[in-house]
Design a protein around this ligand. Structure first.
Ligand code: ZN
Length: 127
């Protein structure tokens, strides 16, 4: 399947997740979707230009172990569940219902709560 077809499929799956979360009174804010590659940065001090992939920075900082992230393909989203007062719920247990529902939507859906480096906020399509 072409990448654009996968992105449309991911959008459809994500729409189902959003509607399901509203019906189940789970509030969240949306975090990172797209993680760009080949970012250009010009250092204001030395005037040198650097080109880098954000994924490499995340790996270097220990946020990810993957060389390639589905965020780079626009096939992943990070979601932050909020309580009634709008506080960010950070524990994995708060994300398990959402993660289980996500995995039921498509056999290629993966939830970051199952990853070796646990990332309960991460939902991706890996088809
Ligand atoms: Zn993520």
């Amino acid at each position: 399947m072409r990448l654009s077809r996968k992105q449309i499929h991911f959008r459809n799956l994500l729409t189902k997740l959003l509607c399901w979360s509203i019906k189940n009174d789970i509030n969240f804010s949306i975090g990172e979707v797209y993680r760009p590659a080949h970012l250009r940065f010009k250092c204001p001090h030395c005037n040198r230009e650097f080109i880098f992939d954000l994924q490499d920075v995340y790996r270097y900082m220990g946020y990810s172990k993957a060389r390639h992230s589905k965020h780079q393909d626009k096939l992943a989203i990070d979601i932050f569940i909020l309580d009634k007062e709008g506080n960010w719920l950070k524990e994995k247990i708060h994300y398990e219902k959402l993660g289980e529902y996500w995995k039921k939507l498509d056999p290629y859906n993966r939830w970051g709560g199952d990853f070796e480096l646990v990332d309960p906020y991460h939902f991706e399509y890996n088809g």
